[in-house]
Design a protein around this ligand. Structure first.
Ligand code: NDP
Length: 284
């Protein structure tokens, strides 16, 4: 049996289409939503991510405001840029591309963003809201994964879900979202000793380690759902995930590809969060 592919690209396209329609409706009698994207420095990967996010906004009619700051920007200057965006009523969402240069505390910057403009969902209040099961912005990558699971109507309740990786951006919020849907969740990390055993007993495995072939075919139980969050380059420079996809496909029931899986969904969910930030503002 070969696993069914969960096509993140197509699903993201559907999501973007829905947003485009909503924004087009809005534009008839109101200003359109606006996302401010802040990039500090010249990190080439960050520049690509930012470009893709701005392009995605343009495609659905969301306005973007690009704030590009030099690598030597001080923490104080970045905080005043955020303060200005916080106060700007025409800005609905603020995204500061991570990582930031060494002289700047990422946590301080995240905490400086207004909670109701924190479309990345990294602010402590949004993190706390997720942990407490309250409304708030949810981080885009795990939200995208949840949409992918919904797209296959996967019944999460009572299933054993393994999340490999415990970062604040992916692993931890992912585990909380799966728990919210009544999965029995295990979180693994670099110190986990029995990863193979845990994986082998899991119905869903989300891999977010940034290490190629973290998950191999001998670790997967037949019919499992495998979600590959990783973005790596193989020895030939080709984009690949954290899963040994070709081999795992022979065992798993569903699998997400890299590229064309979680990546496009992450950007789509950023648009969803930006639209939500806008709509909440006008609801109040
Ligand atoms: P981090 O480096 O912050 O976290 C990696 C996690 O994996 C850590 O918790 C680490 O454990 C764990 N880990 C590392 N090696 C192993 C191992 N051999 N076995 C088990 N656990 C291990 O990465 P991120 O969470 O930010 O990102 C993970 C991957 O996802 C990266 O490739 C990143 O590029 C990609 N990514 C993709 C996105 C997308 O849109 N597709 C969005 C965000 C990230 P420990 O805590 O013990 O160190």
């Amino acid at each position: 049996m070969t696993a069914k592919i969960i096509d993140g690209k197509a699903l993201a396209q559907d999501t973007r289409q829905e947003i485009k329609q909503r924004v087009s409706q809005i534009s008839k009698n109101q200003r359109v939503p606006c996302l401010a994207v802040v990039l500090v420095g010249e990190n080439p990967a960050s520049a690509v991510y930012v470009r893709n996010k701005i392009k995605a906004c343009e495609e659905v009619g969301i306005k973007s405001l690009f704030e590009k700051l030099p690598a030597e920007t001080s923490e104080k200057d970045l905080l005043s840029c955020i303060d200005r965006l916080n106060k700007d009523d025409t800005v609905d969402g603020i995204l500061v591309q991570l990582p930031l240069p060494k002289q700047i505390s990422e946590q301080k910057v995240i905490e400086a963003i207004r909670v109701d403009k924190d479309v990345d969902g990294f602010h402590l209040i949004n993190v706390g809201a997720l942990a407490s099961g309250l409304d708030g912005f949810r981080p885009c990558t795990p939200s995208g994964v949840m949409r992918m699971l919904e797209s296959i109507n996967y019944p999460l309740s009572g299933k054993h879900a393994l999340v490999i990786g415990r970062s604040n951006i992916v692993g931890k919020p992912m585990a909380l979202m799966l728990l919210e849907k009544n999965a029995t969740v295990t979180i693994a990390h670099s110190k986990t000793v029995n990863l193979k055993e845990l994986a082998k007993s899991s119905d869903i495995i989300v891999v977010a380690t940034g290490r190629q072939k973290t998950l191999t075919a001998d670790m997967v139980k037949p019919d499992a759902v495998v979600i590959d969050v990783g973005i790596n380059r193989d020895a030939q420079g080709k984009l690949c995930g954290d899963v040994d996809t070709e081999a795992v496909m022979q065992i798993a029931g569903h699998i997400t590809p890299v590229p064309g899986g979680v990546g496009p969904m992450t950007i789509a969910m950023l648009l969803v969060n930006t639209l939500q930030a806008y709509e909440r503002k006008f609801k109040d």
